[in-house]
Write a protein that binds this ligand. Sequence first.
Ligand SMILES: CC(C)(COP(=O)(O)OP(=O)(O)OC[C@H]1O[C@@H](n2cnc3c(N)ncnc32)[C@H](O)[C@@H]1OP(=O)(O)O)[C@@H](O)C(=O)NCCC(=O)NCCS
Length: 178
Amino acid sequence: MLNYLKSLFRSSSTPMNNGPIKGTIYKTYKESLVEIGDNCLVEATLTTYTPDAKIILGNNIFIGTNSLIGSAQSIIIEDDVLISFNCLIQDSDTHSLNSANRKDDCANWIIGKKDWTHIEKKPIRICKSAWIGAYSIILKGVTIGEGAIVGAGSVVTKDVAPFTIVAGNPAKFIRKTD
Ligand SMILES: CC(C)(COP(=O)(O)OP(=O)(O)OC[C@H]1O[C@@H](n2cnc3c(N)ncnc32)[C@H](O)[C@@H]1OP(=O)(O)O)[C@@H](O)C(=O)NCCC(=O)NCCS
C-alpha cells in the first residue's frame, strides 16, 4: 500500500511537489495524524491544530487547489470523494465564542501555544463517492452521506443524506441523485 506516512512526521509547512501531493501538509503538533491513501491527488492544504487532531483520507480522492482541510479533532474522507477548489472544511470554530477566551488567540498562535480548550469541535466525515462543489464550506459536526453532491458555493451546516444534492447558504436539499 502506497501510504504517504512520511507526511506524518512533518511539523512545519512543507510544500510537496513529489507525486500526487502537490499541496501542503502543516502539522502544528507532530503527534497529530495525517494519513493519505492510494491514488489521491491533493492540491490542497491539510492542517492539524491540536496534538489529537487527525485527517484521514482513503483512496482515490481529489482535493483541489486553495482548499483548506483544517482539523482540531477529526476529519475523515472516504474513498472516491471529489472536493473541488477553494473549499473550506474545518471541524472546529477555531476561536471561542467568548470574547475574553479568544482575546489572546493571535498572540498565542504566534508562539505556537494557542489554547483550544474553549473551542467547539465536532468531527466531520465525508462518505464514499461524495462530490463537494467549488467554493463550498463544510462546518463542524457534518456528515456528508455516500454519493451526495454539495453544489458550488454552499455552506453546509447540517448532515447531508446519502445520494442527495444540496446547495446554497445554508445548504438545502435540492433533489435525490443516482
Ligand atoms: C449542484 C449541481 C450539480 C446541480 O446541478 P443541476 O442538477 O443541473 O441543478 P439545476 O441547475 O437543475 O438546479 C436545480 C435547483 O438548484 C439550484 N442550485 C443549483 N446549484 C446551486 C448552487 N450551487 N447553489 C445554490 N443553488 C443551486 C438552482 O438554482 C435550481 O433551483 P430552482 O429549482 O429553485 O430553480 C450544480 O448546480 C453545481 O453546483 N455544480 C458544481 C460545479 C462545481 O463546483 N464544479 C467544480 C469542479 S469539481
